[in-house]
Write a protein of this length. Structure first.
Lengths: 300, 264
């Protein structure tokens, strides 16, 4: 694998680290199985692409994309807590609706951004092409910032209330926490992160495409699950770190699998590899626990 | 002061599973009074407690706490008035959070939650001092996950959590039922201490007549969704379990057939 393709894998991995942090909030912390991601990721991409193509500031585009994602997550949560629609179903409804909305926003199935200024442009040298190095570097800064901000939030009064809402809603209510409001806010935060990832994605790929969201949730979930097998969940900053590392490792493994010619895998096998990786990540902890039990039995 | 007036609650109305649980229940508890509640299975004890805490909404009747009508308030809205310890040791705390995080959650009960740090250094000192009074060695384990604690330890911490912020009413829902006898005795003793130290108004549901008479100032018995017995003061202090049974049979004209109540 060449250095360029390694950095390419890192770049996508960093973008999906933001998705994975969003998925961590919905699936793990709020205990809300949420598939909105497949719609909110391209929503962020669509909003950012339209704004950048319209000549607006790329950072502003990222901000508005995140707000659009927050609105999508809020609607999913609202369908669940106010109308009582099953969590999974509420998110599928919003995901489907977003496909139409994204087409409306983009006005066409795809928008090209080649040659237009992105958040990376100011850092890229005009003399020699160093985009392959600069883009992952800028993304790394954004991901680290997002992780640290999330850590601080989850250690705050409101953040702790959000975690209690997912862990034990009855207890949370008994402590005066409005679990409904917390779910609305948490889902908005989760999908804001995922939409931000979508906004950054279109800027690294040179354009937005209506089908770019397919499988987002699976990749995000894969990253979270791989992260969980990497590090013990002793404290929340370790969990967020594991999630980021999980996203990076996942993309690296994919790149390795696709680059190893002797296996004969090609790009169209991506989803199959994802399924195998997630399956392995789910089974490994159980095998590890079994081995540990056996050893324990021997020493006792 | 807590005042429940003519509460009615029917589960699954209009279906073959229709179950009228509360049938005109009225009870007034003066401030500072510790009331124990007994009753056989299905008498409405848990439903009554859930109605007071706001977990369920009564079909009719009214509830007020310190003169404030809370009948239509949700559980989280009245959490500032009502503190609660659940029957299930797993229910009252978050097992995935640390001991200090659980205590910090209770520190903000009934208050707004902002973006300042949840576990403040000043809180930590307070938590350590309070946990030390339990004599379980938990004061050195603030960072441990709640899930590592035994049922008895968790109930003790739940009690502590309920007393971190002032409340107008403390609800104890058979909070020793899931514990072994020795641990149950410890948690009950702790309950007595916390209630009297903080001069709390408390309502304790118990399955045991013995416990009901030994703790608190007043005992009420629920039967078929209403209060059928209410003893306090001199009369209560002279009473024993057989007296209570006899009294029940006299007022109801029927025999009590719940072994759990008799054996406790």
């Amino acid at each position: 694998m060449s250095l360029i393709s390694l950095m390419g894998a890192l770049e996508i991995g960093l973008i999906f680290a933001l998705v994975a942090l969003g998925v961590l909030i919905s699936f793990r912390l709020l205990n809300f199985p949420d598939l909105t991601a497949d719609g909110s990721f391209p929503l962020g991409g669509a909003v950012a692409a339209v704004l950048i193509a319209g000549g607006h500031d790329p950072w502003l585009a990222c901000g508005l994309a995140a707000i659009a994602g927050a609105a999508a997550g809020w609607v999913t949560a609202w369908l669940n807590v106010r109308l009582g629609i099953l969590q999974l179903l509420a998110s599928i409804l919003v995901m489907i609706a977003l496909y139409s909305i994204n087409l409306r926003i983009m006005g066409a199935p795809n928008i090209a951004l080649i040659g237009l200024p992105t958040v990376f442009t100011p850092f890229i040298s005009t003399v020699n092409d160093n985009a392959w190095l600069i883009q992952p570097a800028v993304l790394a800064v954004i991901v680290v910032l997002a992780k640290l901000l999330l850590d601080a939030f989850f250690a705050s009064e409101a953040g702790l209330a959000l975690r209690a809402t997912g862990a034990n809603p009855r207890m949370a209510r008994a402590q005066g926490i409005s679990t409904d409001r917390m779910t609305l806010a948490g889902m908005a935060l989760s999908n804001a992160l995922i939409a931000l990832a979508g906004a950054l994605y279109v800027q690294t790929q040179g354009g937005a495409d209506i089908s770019m969201g397919i499988g987002t949730i699976v990749v995000g979930l894969a990253a979270v699950i791989i992260g969980e097998t990497l590090l013990p969940p002793r404290s929340l900053w370790l969990v967020t770190l594991a999630t980021v590392l999980g996203a990076l490792l996942y993309r690296l493994l994919i790149a390795l699998a696709l680059n190893a010619d002797f296996i004969g895998l090609q790009a169209q096998d991506l989803n199959l590899i994802t399924a195998v990786l997630v399956g392995l990540a789910l089974v490994l902890p159980k095998i590890k626990a079994k081995l540990r039990n056996k050893q324990g039995g021997r020493t006792a | 002061m807590m005042r429940a007036d003519n509460l009615f609650k029917t589960f699954n109305p209009g279906t073959p599973l229709e179950n009228p649980v509360l049938r005109g229940l009225s009870l007034t508890i003066e401030s500072g009074q510790f009331v124990t509640v007994i009753g056989s299975n299905g008498a409405g004890k848990s439903t009554f407690l859930n109605a007071i805490s706001g977990d369920i909404s009564p079909d009719s009747g009214s509830l007020s706490i310190d003169g404030q009508d809370v009948t239509r308030q949700t559980a989280w809205q009245r959490a500032g008035l009502v503190a609660r310890v659940f029957q299930d040791p797993l229910a009252g705390t978050c097992e995935g959070l640390s001991i200090e995080e659980n205590l910090a959650l209770a520190m903000q009960r009934g208050q707004g939650r902002g973006l300042s740090r949840a576990v403040k250094a000043s809180y930590r000192e307070q938590f350590r001092a309070k946990l030390a009074t339990l004599q379980l060695g938990l004061e050195n384990r603030l960072g441990d996950r709640m899930g590592l604690l035994s049922g008895g330890q968790r109930q003790a911490v739940s009690l502590l959590m309920a007393s971190l912020q002032p409340s107008r009413l403390l609800l104890l829902d058979e909070h020793t039922a899931a514990l072994d006898p020795k641990t149950a005795a410890f948690v009950l003793e702790l309950t007595d201490r916390i209630v009297s130290e903080n001069k709390l108004t408390a309502l304790m549901v118990t399955h045991s007549m013995r416990q009901a008479l030994d703790h608190g100032h007043r005992t009420v018995m629920l039967h078929q969704g209403r209060v059928v017995l209410d003893v306090s003061g001199e009369e209560r202090s002279r009473m024993d379990v057989p007296d209570l049974l006899a009294m029940f049979e006299r007022t109801r004209g029927e025999k009590l057939d719940d072994d759990a109540l008799l054996l406790g």
